[in-house]
Structures are given as C-alpha cells and as structure tokens.
Design a binder for this molecule. Structure first.
Ligand code: ADP
Ligand code: ADP
Ligand code: MG
Length: 544
C-alpha cells in the first residue's frame, strides 16, 4: 500500500507504491523501463514439488517462464539483454547456479503447462487422443486417461472442448512427456473437486524424482500437491518478491496469517481465518424467517432430468452448492425463481427475483468500469454508501473505474461481475463459480462481501464453487448434487455444513482433516493413517 500514511489513507486510489530499498540487489527481471520487477527466485529441489502461492500479477507465471528458459532474466537491465554467460555469472555461488547451468547447457528438458489453457484451443487441431499419442514418450497414456477421467473426451475434437476438458488435456500432455522439469501453471482452473484432487495426485505420481514447480490458488489443491511452498508477495503489476521456502503446511498458514516470520514481513494487511471467526457478527439468527420453501421437484430438459429433495432457506442465508458441472445446479435455481416451470413440485412464495452471476464471464460490455457500475446501480459508486465500503472498495474496483471492461484481466472481470450481481436488489442471488480467476486473498474478500450483502438484505445466496475451502468459509448450509453429468442430477435438501461436506466427500471418495493451527480443511492422502481412521468412523469431513 501507500507508504506515506500506511493505513486508512483517503487517497488510496492514487497511492504510490515503493519497492522496499533492500530488495534492489536481488532483482531478477524487469519488463521494460518502468515495468513490473521480480525479486528473487524459488529454489527447485529434485524430487520435490515446489508450490508458488501469491496474488495475481505478482510474477508467478514470470517465474515459471524463467525456470523453463523461456525468459532469460535481465537483472533489471532492460536496455541490453545480458548473455547467458553473464546470467550464469550472476548465479555463481548460489544454489540456483547448477540448475541454470544445466538448463542453458540443454541438460534439462522442460515441460511447461501454461496458465491460460484457452490459448491452446486455437493452436491445437485434431482429436484429444491423436494429440496425446504424439506426445506419449513414457507409455503412461492409459494410466493418465483413467486418472483424469478422460474417456468421454478421448475422441473429441480439441476445438470443441470445454475449459475443464482442455485443462485436463493439457495436463495429460505435460505428464505424458519425459522431462527433467515440470512447470505446471494453475492446474485446477475449470475443474471440479474430484478432478482437482486427481490432477494433484497425477502430478505427484508421474513426476517422481524430477524438478517440479506449480502455481495454484486452491489451497486444498496446493496443500495436496506441494512438498514446499514459496510465497510471492508484493504489489500486483508493480513488483513481486519470492519468499524463503517453507514446508507446505507452515507456508500456507503463514500466508493466511499475512505474516512471514523468517523474513519478518507482512504480506497481507488482514488475516484469513476459518470457522468464520472474523465474521461471527454475521452468524445467522436461529429465529430468522423463512424466505423460500420448495417441495420435491422434477424436471426433464432434453436428455437431462433433475429431481430434488424438499427444502427451505432462511432470510440472510448463504447456501453452498457442490457437485460436478452439468448436473442441474443452474436449472434448480432457475426453477426456484420461476424462470423454468417444473414438471412436478411447487415453490412458495412465487414471484421471487433473481440476480445471477453466470459461470462463464465474458468482457462483452462496451464502456468503462464506471459506466458499467453506474448502469447497474448508483449506490455502488456513492462513496458514502455501505455498499461502497463493503463491496466496491473491498474488491478494489474503485481503482479500475476508468479502465475499459474489455481490457480487464480475468480476476478483475470476475470481481466486477460479482459486484454487479450483488448491487441489484433481489430475493435470491446465484453466484456461479465466483472464485475462478481469483487469487486466494481475492477469493476470501469476495466470499465475505457475498455474506455481508446476503445478511444485510435478508436475501438468500446460492454459491456454486469447486473450491471447498471457500464453502467452509462462507456457507451456512450445503446442497449436494449427485448423479451423472448431462444425464441425471439429484439435489439433496440443504444439509448442515459438516453433514453436507461428509456426504459430498464420501460420494467422491476423499477424507478431509482440519489443520490444528489455522482450522483450514486439508485433504488426507488416500490410504494414510488418518484417511483410514476417518473412513472407518464415517467421518469424511473432520470438524475437530
Ligand atoms: P502472476 O502469474 O503472478 O499473475 P505474471 O508473472 O503473469 O503474474 O505477471 C506479473 C506482472 O508482469 C503483471 O503485472 C504483468 O502485467 C506483467 N507482465 C507479464 N508479462 C509481461 C510482458 N511480456 N511484458 C510486460 N509486462 C508483463
Ligand atoms: P450445472 O449448473 O450443474 O452445470 P445445468 O443446470 O446448467 O448444470 O445443466 C444441466 C444439464 O441440463 C446439462 O447437461 C445441460 O446441457 C442440460 N440442459 C440445460 N438446459 C437445457 C435445455 N433448455 N434443453 C436441454 N438440455 C438442457
Ligand atoms: Mg500467472
């Protein structure tokens, strides 16, 4: 933030960002004269997975490109790109020297799974299986196909794949190759919970003994996948600094605490706490009135049929929804608000209004962020309103007002559309995957904003998300969808958070424990002591 008046600065929108003085000798790379600066690099260890955790725009992808040899670091010299000999000279005597020596002398073969999988669909042609056969250098295609549930897409044309299908194809292609270094950028985007864990398992199992570095914003995935983590902190788009290497558990907990003890560095100005400790003022009143009630509902749409258990939601309640894609989550909510007529079943009261943030977000608005927000609601920009404090400013949208909506990054667009959906007064909110494209810090800020608005308006919010830690953080209750995507879906009644998580995890065959220190949920490795114990006790989601 601003170094002049540290906190609560009224001029925050024009804050000056100064890179701490003592960083300069560690500069690794700078993009252009006044461009983004990266300080430090993580140290890779052969045989271990190094996870990178940090905000968007802090240099994580840049780090992967440097470690892959795609960017030769310039150490801040933007005028003249240093030679490879100069670069090696700079690393002399440091742990990184032998890595870069081998990399530049072509002794290391690198595979890099890029962050934006969408790019690949434009470049790649042919069927999934054809592509994968071409890159199969290890004879492990069958194993990979099974692990990543790729049967149904095996003979599909790459140009027709959904985001999640494309993600799995690119990860499969990376793992099929024989390399010394595997750099995997944001593997969990677009995937459902089970796919995320399987991808994490696949990466661990198929890269044994190699150098592995990965970036992810889903804490459960990062925790499962990585042996060590480095935290990348700084100021988005301005500078990024790489922390020391921590064991995964300690590193994630430090990050959530917003403080790195080994370097005595504050990396966030607030903590992220689980068990809703920081939002207890928002506990749902036991006697809060009922907002909507539904009976058993059935609906057939083409080849797909949905049936639901009966249930109700209270004023101010946040209901998390979990389940795979194409299982009827959106259809259910559209039935609740009368947009779709059910084949059988009823909803009381009728005539409820909906505000909806869809799963896919496209920058199709012509105009600036300010114009977009004003078109939704004036209140959103009135600096004296509670909405401005709780949402606009918290999501840092006030800094983007003059940007064109078309030029926003994925994360910025997500925050804009969530704010737009919350700004509308409605009885029911449906937020479909609000966490995609957001970094960890933003996910919790958005989650908290959703909860506050829902409570304040006495509305009901249904939040669909594949990041389970987010549900743990905001959901009062949980609806679990099961069935076969595209064919049939079944919705449970709203269950308590622990019962819902238990049902869901049992369905997908995973057990979760709690981190003693931070309270965050952690996936048990399958077959581990705790995994076996919890299965025996039918306690798939430990609440201790
Ligand atoms: P992260 O992966 O942590 O989100 P990136 O490494 O992609 O961050 O980007 C860090 C910063 O560097 C961003 O502000 C981005 O705009 C900037 N940047 C990335 N690539 C380039 C480039 N080729 N030229 C100039 N700036 C860039
Ligand atoms: P989710 O929100 O869980 O991803 P949806 O409720 O959007 O799932 O869709 C569930 C299934 O119903 C999908 O297979 C979808 O293709 C299908 N579907 C949705 N609307 C229609 C429709 N109007 N006609 C035919 N099929 C539909
Ligand atoms: Mg990135």
């Amino acid at each position: 933030g601003c170094n002049i008046c540290v906190k609560k600065c009224p001029f925050e929108a024009i804050s000056i960002v100064n890179v701490p003085d003592n960083f300069s000798k560690e500069i690794i790379h700078r993009y252009g004269t006044n461009g983004f600066e990266l300080f430090g690099l993580p140290i890779l260890k052969s045989g271990y997975v190094i996870g990178l955790l940090g905000k968007n725009g802090a240099g994580k992808t840049t780090i992967l490109k440097i470690l892959s040899g795609e960017i030769i670091p310039n150490f801040g010299e933007v005028e003249k790109q240093p030679s490879i000999d100069t670069v090696l000279q700079k690393f002399k005597g440091k742990e990184l020297f032998s890595y870069f020596y081998d990399l530049y002398n072509k002794k290391l073969r690198v595979v890099h799974k890029i962050q934006y999988v969408e790019y690949a669909s434009r470049l790649l042609k042919g069927e999934v299986s054809q592509l994968l056969r071409k890159v199969d250098e290890r004879g492990k295609l069958d194993e990979i196909r099974e692990l990543l549930f790729m049967n149904s897409i095996w003979n599909k044309e790459i140009s027709t794949l959904s985001g999640g299908e494309l993600q799995k194809t690119l990860i499969a292609a990376a793992l099929a190759r024989e390399a010394n270094v595997y750099a995997i950028d944001e593997p969990s985007s677009y995937l459902d919970v089970r796919e995320r864990i399987n991808v994490a398992k696949g990466i661990r199992e198929l890269t044994k003994g190699k150098y592995v570095v990965t970036v992810d914003h889903d804490l459960i995935v990062l925790d499962y996948i990585a042996d060590f983590v480095s935290i990348i902190y700084g100021e988005s788009g301005v500078y990024g600094k790489v922390s020391k290497t921590y064991s995964t558990r300690v590193g994630i907990n430090n990050f959530l605490n917003g403080y790195l003890p080994a370097e005595n560095m504050r990396v966030m100005d607030h903590k992220i706490q689980f068990y809703l400790k920081d939002v207890t003022d928002l506990d749902l009143a036991k006697n809060s009135a009922e907002k909507v009630r539904w009976s058993n509902i059935t609906k057939t749409l083409g080849d797909f049929s949905l049936n639901t258990e009966q249930g109700f939601a209270r004023e101010g309640e946040v209901i998390g929804i979990v389940g795979p894609n194409g299982i009827g989550k959106t259809t259910f909510i559209r039935i609740l608000v009368g947009e779709i007529e059910p084949d059988s079943g009823s909803i009381v009261p009728t005539g409820l209004t909906l505000s909806y943030k869809p799963q896919r977000i496209v920058p199709d608005y012509e105009g600036t962020v300010r114009e977009y927000l004003e078109s939704v609601s004036k209140d959103i920009l009135s600096t004296s309103s509670w909405f401005y404090t709780e949402v606009t400013r918290r999501l840092r949208l006030h800094k983007l007002l003059d940007s064109n909506v078309k030029d926003l990054s994925g994360g910025e667009l997500q925050k804009l559309y969530v704010a737009g959906a919350l700004a509308k007064e409605a009885h029911i909110y449906l937020l479909d995957e609000p966490s995609s494209y957001l970094d960890v810090e933003e996910r919790y800020v958005v989650a908290k904003a959703i909860k506050r608005i829902t409570r304040e308006r006495k509305s009901v919010s249904f939040v669909v998300d594949h990041d389970l830690a987010i549900h743990d953080y905001i959901a009062d209750r949980l609806i679990v969808f099961t069935g076969t995507p595209g064919k049939s879906g079944h919705a449970s009644e709203p269950l308590s958070l622990s019962k819902g998580m238990n049902t869901f995890l049992k369905e997908i065959g995973l057990t979760f424990r709690r981190d003693a220190e931070s309270g965050r949920p952690r996936a048990n490795k399958i077959g581990s002591y705790l995994d076996r114990l919890q299965r025996e006790r039918n306690e798939y989601y430990s609440t201790e």
